[in-house]
Write a protein that binds this ligand. Structure first.
Ligand code: 6R9
Length: 652
């Protein structure tokens, strides 16, 4: 067989629209072009400057200890308390009356929590946890709805140095108990339930079942949210009887910069979950800096809203730690975006005058599908920065976000990062970058990201390859909990001296970075490596398509054939002519090599809690195999419904 020379990853999509920031935005921007120069001149000095945003009780001796790579230590010898940095220091600075959280419950109940109130509750919760026997180093699992007590619980753990592990409230008994077990958690903090899709959705029964299986659990602390009946066991305590009655005096002790702050389990879209370990000083430095730089937060005037669940890393870094370290005022919403109507998100933006909105492409595509007329009904003029995270954002969705939500005046920042990176790594800076629809563009100041080929050599502009990180960064994962070897194998073995993120990427002619999806999902068609992202973006750029997911299915002729699953805009049925048109549209946008072999219309796609499409499950369908592990699906019944729908249609 002859080896055909092969690009690492094909570069098929080209985009020439750019949107520079307005001169007014640039004039008052938190960060300017000089940040890149400053960081390039001396990366470690740059991060030291950023670390000084925080209050340290003991100065560090060394900025970075990289003597035992890839096990990094940042700000060694330094000491701080993360919760004090998020709360006490703002209150001490006279900002106790500033709103920390505008809480909006799904049923319409609201609560305003100031920084002083937040601090008071965190101190009580810290005392309560200590009374339950939780000591520094002990692990606490948090399994809660999106209510202020979730943030209180996380900060109370941080305050006493007990690493938390937040498990997404939609996960099953299996997923919850395997995480409790792996972390060896002593206490679970939960709620009776939360409100979703217009009704109470119970959480406590899942914890009850998990606690039966997990002997490490000594106590379960339960917030009363829905008021529904719950079963009660000896290990259970009500939050309102325990935390509300605890003392609000609590002296916080300082912890080493490398003290574990949290473990967050990620399965990505494949495999056994990995407990990603983050520590204190470096993590808080980078989340605080990036939140300041990428969202241009003006804490006195902005109302910030990151619409992510706390069970996702985005909820850790950009709901709790980054924003609170910066003294932000934010919105927290408990429920689903279509309850009680499809304008709920925009109604909340209007109600609180949200100025910075951070959400995921999957949500943006859903709002697009629901129709432009919905956001048009609300006053969105308070918005000034829009962010995206979680997946590559298709140029079509990016433009819609810019036009229909940002009314052409808000910079859109597409932020690339991972649970493992802890904080944003690649993103435009809103006052500096001329943005391009669909591109995450440049590594942030102080971050060395590269796109390399198979051999680990940087690809030239116009080339595609693997996204890697060349230098350690403050908020990097420190290891996989309890499994250093897996940490080495997973992230540091593919290329020498580089962290490999698992994502494909390309550089355009200007050197800007475009993310192309997980390399595990890359399709090999007639000797070309084709990214799922580009084909999906081509499909979504057709007027009739709201969402698309493509997979490579074994094909006797081409190696793999591209099979596309599409959700239509405003229709559930298609015709053979329409499907042919979609295939032709991809071929004419990207070239004949990317033409899907087959297009199937579906009404839903299998997604994780953060909206990532689980393509391996779709591959199972495309290749007609038994379904693999579905434990991290946001909605585990969706696969059955997709299969039924496809069957019904093919029987027509
Ligand atoms: C923050 C978060 C990480 C994976 C990552 C990549 C994808 C996230 C992205 C993006 C393209 C972006 N991803 N942001 N892809 N553009 N702006 O999502 O963390 O849940 O660990 O997922 O998400 O594939 O490797 P996590």
């Amino acid at each position: 067989m002859t080896e055909t020379p092969q690009e690492t990853l094909a570069n098929l999509l080209s985009e020439d629209r750019t949107f520079p920031p307005s001169p007014e935005f640039t004039r008052s921007a938190n960060v300017t072009e000089s940040a890149y120069d400053e960081a390039a001149a001396d990366r470690l000095a740059f991060w030291e400057t950023q670390a000084r945003r925080l209050d340290w009780t003991k100065e560090w001796d060394q900025t970075l200890d990289w003597s035992n790579p890839p096990f990094a230590k940042w700000f060694t010898g330094g000491e701080l308390n993360v919760a004090v940095n998020c709360l006490d220091r703002h209150v001490e600075a006279g900002l106790g009356d500033r709103v920390a959280i505008h809480f909006e419950g799904e049923p319409g109940d609201t609560r305003t929590v100031t920084y002083a109130e937040m601090l008071d509750e965190v101190k009580r919760a810290a005392n309560a946890l200590t009374d339950l026997g939780v000591e520094a180093g002990d692990r606490v699992v948090i399994y809660m709805p999106m209510i202020p007590q979730a943030a209180v619980a996380m900060l109370a753990c941080a305050r006493i140095g007990a690493p938390h592990s937040v498990v997404f409230g939609g996960f099953s008994v299996d997923a919850l108990s395997s995480r409790i077990e792996d972390a060896g958690a002593k206490v679970v903090i939960t709620a009776d339930g939360g409100f979703r899709k217009g009704k109470a959705s119970a959480l406590k029964p899942t914890v009850d079942a998990a606690a039966e299986r997990c002997p490490s659990i000594e106590k379960v602390l339960v917030v009363r949210r829905t008021g529904e009946d719950v079963e009660w066991h000896d290990r259970d305590l009500w939050w309102h009887e325990t935390v509300d009655t605890a003392s609000n005096e609590h002296e916080a002790r300082s912890f080493d910069a490398e003290h574990p702050l949290f473990i967050l389990y990620t399965s990505g879209t494949t495999g056994r979950p990995k407990g990603i370990l983050h520590t204190s000083g470096g993590y808080l430095t980078q989340t605080a800096y990036t939140h300041h730089a990428v969202f241009d937060l003006k804490p006195e005037t902005d109302v910030y809203w990151c619409a992510a669940d706390i069970g996702w890393v985005t909820g850790h870094s950009y709901v709790v730690y980054g924003p609170m370290a910066n003294g932000a005022t934010q919105v927290m919403y408990e429920g689903t975006p279509d309850t009680p109507h499809k304008g709920r998100i925009w109604e909340i933006v209007e109600k609180y005058g949200v100025s910075i909105l951070y959400t995921a492409p999957t949500a943006i595509r859903t709002y697009m599908k629901w129709g432009d007329d919905i956001p048009d009904r609300f006053d969105l003029s308070s918005l000034r920065v829009l962010g995206s995270v979680g997946e590559p954002i298709n140029p079509e969705a990016w433009m819609w976000y810019r036009e229909h939500i940002g009314h052409d005046k808000c910079p859109v920042v597409d932020t690339w990062w991972q649970t493992e990176t802890g904080a944003i790594m690649v993103s435009p800076l809103p006052g500096v970058t001329a943005t391009k629809p669909g591109s995450a563009q440049r590594p942030l100041p102080g971050i060395s990201v590269d796109v390399v080929d198979d051999e680990g050599e940087s690809v030239p502009n116009g080339g595609g390859g693997f996204l890697t990180i060349r230098e350690p960064w403050p908020s990097m994962l420190r290891t996989i909990w309890g499994d250093d070897q897996r940490f080495l194998d997973t992230y540091w073995s593919r290329f020498a001296n580089m962290y490999f993120a698992g994502d494909g990427a390309k550089r355009d002619d200007d050197g800007d970075i475009w993310l192309l999806g997980r390399v595990d999902d890359v399709m090999l068609v007639s000797g070309h490596n084709i990214s799922t992202t580009e084909v999906e973006s081509a499909l979504v750029s057709h007027d009739t398509v709201a969402e698309a997911a493509v997979v490579g299915a074994t094909d006797p002729l081409t190696g793999q054939g591209i099979v596309a699953f599409v959700i239509l805009r405003g229709a559930t049925e298609s015709s053979p002519e329409h499907l042919a048109e979609l295939r032709g549209h991809v071929a004419s946008t990207l070239g004949p090599i990317a033409k899907p072999r087959q297009v199937m219309v579906v009404s839903e796609l299998p997604k994780t809690r953060s909206g990532k499409i689980m393509r391996r499950l779709l591959r199972d369908i495309a290749e007609d195999r038994k379904l693999g592990d579905v434990t991290t699906l946001q909605d585990s019944s969706v696969m059955a419904r997709i299969k039924e729908g496809l069957q019904a249609r093919s029987e027509d």
